[in-house]
Design a protein around this ligand. Structure first.
Ligand code: SF4
Length: 577
């Protein structure tokens, strides 16, 4: 089925921040750890937080100990005070955008203004803002409420951050018409604005809309309402299991959006379920093509192919004779090392990509056997190359296996090495470099060009790993993995990727100018352009969290290998002439 994903969907900045604070507190803060009320309006995320030991607290006890996190919606100031007085260590997870509305309410009420809040009186955020407005606060949720307004002279109108844009515009205009001279602040946050604009755009190109989010989430319900107003059939679901597949199947193109408190993995599962749905409008070629590509990626065969390509390219670009055993060894070792890592650590995969986790669990035996055979074959091939290669490959196998195993017990099942921020992608890149560049240097004589090719390989492997980690950011965060994106956030990670991309270009240049890469090696800049394209797509949020980013990331070693092979091929043709 053709599925179009809204560019902005899922966790907004405020929810992400609150969830990260809660996850961090579950590891580091004084126990027990509570949230004051449910942290966000999403059952699946809340269950996971409970598994980390973070439980919601409904009432403030007179005496307490431990830590409490104030949720993204915020609370009235009195509640904050009571929590501190009860003995809790308070972590304020109030979204900065909600804090701004609270600050406006406090400022104007102190100056003697009436504070009109356009929003749902039962919503936690509105109750919190009302607390800051004090006796001057009035909540208006519909036009009928305007009849009960007191005579207003000095007043300010604020909106709940998740309010509908159109409604707020109309009702604030009506208030101004009845009581001229008031101040109006549109405090609807960008995340809400963007999601509402996006769902309107989706409605223009899709036949039906699936909205994923908690049943109690105000912004999720609003997205569904907007899509209905646009005349579309709407499916509001909390999880993929709730999808009415029989009904959805009749639509040609389905748009998917999600509320600001919906985790990525829930959205991914919905998208994946829809994509798997046979549709009379989709050509079998396209459907089976996508399935085949997925299989190559999920089984790590795409990775093994990329490794073989890149290994062959390195050998030929360095001017060594082509040795199929080295290319095969690279493919086998990297396949096995990545597979063992996946098999041992299915926890975050179950969140990030449940379909892939199911696939691996279903075929666990086959993959386990394939991994062992691949490691043994790598050793066998290494032994036939030379004893030094055998020693290096043995160390690499030992290192990759030990890295994957939960060696040191708890701190939620990760070894100290795995807890070094960004260690995973660095180790992966080091593994690729060792097998693709260090091994040829041992087997043949070292050549200066190998230094530059080594840089290229290291950076390609690193960028591939980090791009994939970006896709798994939320699930990794929940299970406490300190990948680079979890540790420094997606924006800074993206900056790191840009620097790597520049480093990649510099390495090709270095190979050409100082390393002995023939001038035909300039073709390798094709890979440089390819990486630029991938990063641009990601930056423009055209790829989001889906299949295509993974496909493009897996394509990095293949395209780099191909462009280097192409360069060597041109050189061969030129020298024959
Ligand atoms: S929707 Fe906006 S105001 Fe609400 S938590 Fe998210 S970013 Fe903050």
């Amino acid at each position: 089925m053709k599925v179009v994903m809204a560019k902005k969907a899922g966790f907004c900045m405020g929810v992400r921040r609150a969830v990260q604070l809660a996850i961090k507190a579950s590891y580091e803060a004084e126990k027990p750890v509570y949230t004051y009320g449910p942290l966000i309006h999403n059952e699946q995320a809340l269950k996971l937080l409970e598994m980390l030991g973070v439980k919601p607290l409904k009432k403030i006890p007179s005496k307490a100990q431990g830590t409490i996190i104030i949720r993204a919606h915020g609370v009235p100031p009195q509640d904050k005070k009571n929590l501190k007085e009860a003995g809790f260590k308070v972590i304020d997870g109030t979204c900065p955008r909600v804090s701004r509305v609270q600050a406006l309410a406090r400022k104007y009420s102190r100056e003697g203004y009436h504070v009109i809040i356009v929003g749902d009186p039962d919503h936690a955020e509105v109750k919190g803002i009302l607390g800051y407005a004090g006796k001057q606060g009035i909540v208006v949720s519909n036009f009928r409420d305007l009849e009960n307004l007191p005579p207003l002279k000095k007043y300010v109108v604020l909106s709940q951050t998740t309010q509908d844009e159109e409604f707020f515009k109309l009702i604030s205009e009506e208030i101004l018409a009845r009581y001229p001279g008031g101040k109006v602040y549109n405090t609807i946050c960008n995340a809400t604005h963007d999601r509402q604009r996006e769902v309107r755009n989706l409605c223009k190109e899709c036949d039906a809309i699936v909205v994923v989010g908690g049943k109690h989430s105000a912004n999720t319900k609003r997205l569904a309402m907007i899509a209905r107003e646009e005349g579309k059939e709407v499916f509001l679901v909390e999880t993929a299991e709730e999808l009415d597949l029989g009904k959805i199947q009749k639509f040609r193109k389905v748009g998917v959006t999600a509320g600001a408190s919906t985790p990525n993995w829930v959205i991914n599962q919905v998208i994946r379920t829809l994509e798997e749905l046979p549709s009379p409008y989709e050509s079998p070629f396209r459907r089976w093509g996508r399935k085949f590509l997925r299989f190559l990626m999920e089984s790590n065969l795409a990775l093994a192919g990329g490794a073989a390509f890149l290994a062959s390219a390195v050998l030929l670009a360095a001017g060594y004779p082509f040795k199929i055993s080295l290319a095969l060894l690279s493919a086998l070792f990297l396949f096995a090392a990545h597979t063992v890592n996946r098999l041992v650590d299915l926890k975050s995969l179950r969140l990030n990509d449940p379909f892939r986790a199911q696939f691996l669990e279903k075929n666990r035996k086959i993959f386990a056997i394939a991994t062992v055979i691949s490691f043994i074959l790598s050793l066998f091939l290494a032994w036939h190359l030379n004893p030094a290669a055998f020693v290096i490959v043995s160390f690499l196998i030992l290192g990759s296996t030990l890295y994957s195993l939960p060696l040191f017990g708890r701190r939620e099942h990760f070894s100290p090495v795995q807890r070094i921020p960004g260690a995973r992608s660095l180790f992966i890149a080091l593994g690729w470099w060792s097998i693709l560049c260090f091994l040829p240097a041992l087997v043949f004589k070292y050549r200066p060009v190998l230094f530059w090719l080594g840089m290229i390989v290291f950076l390609v492997a690193f960028m591939r790993a980090v791009l994939l980690e970006l896709l798994e950011l939320q699930g990794d965060g929940f299970v406490g993995k300190e990948t680079l994106p979890v540790f420094i956030g997606p924006r800074k990670t993206f900056l790191v990727l840009k620097i790597c991309w520049l480093g990649f270009g510099f390495s090709i240049l270095g190979g050409l100018l100082w390393g002995g890469l023939m001038k035909e090696g300039v073709v390798a800049f094709l890979a440089f352009i390819y990486i630029y394209f991938v990063l641009r797509q990601y930056e423009k949020e055209l790829l989001g969290r889906d299949f295509y980013l993974e496909l493009l990331a897996e394509g990095l070693p293949i395209i780099t290998g191909l462009s280097l092979l192409f360069a060597v091929g041109i050189k061969g043709v030129v020298s024959q002439e």
